[in-house]
Design a protein around this ligand. Sequence first.
Ligand code: SAH
Length: 251
Amino acid sequence: MNLESLPITSLPEMGEIWQKTLNWQPTNWEENQFQQLYQLILAGNCQLNLTRITEPEEFWEKHLWDSLRGIAPKQVFIPGIEKGKRIIDIGTGAGFPGIPISLVFPNSQVTLLDSTGKKISFIETILSALALNNAKTLLGRAEEIGQQIQHRQQYDLAVIRAVGNVSACAEYSLPLVKKGGLAVIYRGTWTQAENESLEIAVTQLGGVIELIEEFSTPLSNSIRHCLYLRKVANTPISFPRAVGIPSQKPI
Ligand code: SAH
């Protein structure tokens, strides 16, 4: 990746908006890391189709702010996340929401899972460029990883954004979460009909719907929903089902 050949576009700082929406502000070091992440993704985009979101304000809002807003139900970060939690980002793509989370919470251990080898190799270069020692990559399908003893029911928190229909997201995430832990599904729109299908899926997977939050993004006022699923019982061993089934035959 050749950073020198790219013109430098600066991300906006948005200190007041961070403060108002999350009761938090990035340090200078975090700002600097966000900026480097932005440049690395712009550079990576020249070779890989990573993201369509490349304008600085849009990148700030849809990648940085949105990633962190999801782990702040009611605008306060999930308790204990600063002290260290085991987190998995399922279908991380170019690293969202997992990379911003690992950068802001260095005591947490973040696993970035994706089934596309090229994306995982790209993320490897980001992790070393940003010296993010608390994040690691995992190449595989959520359906298989969720059946492996070293991953199943091992995480305090699973996050998943833009990976598929909501029942599939629940089936990918809940098996990986410990009892008492949380799965967060990031969505755009949300309907009552989806609510019913989610309820059925979550119950079968050993979870309950703890909270569904609707909010709008601070610059473009786009509607977002985050679904917070609490794991209350062991997930039956039949879940997740084989590769492809959760998305083709949703629970
Ligand atoms: N979470 C990112 C990327 C979304 S694109 C964001 O919000 O920007 C969806 C990503 O999920 C792709 O990179 C794809 O390779 C990955 N993916 C889709 N199905 C998957 C599965 N079953 N297991 C693991 N990764 C999956």
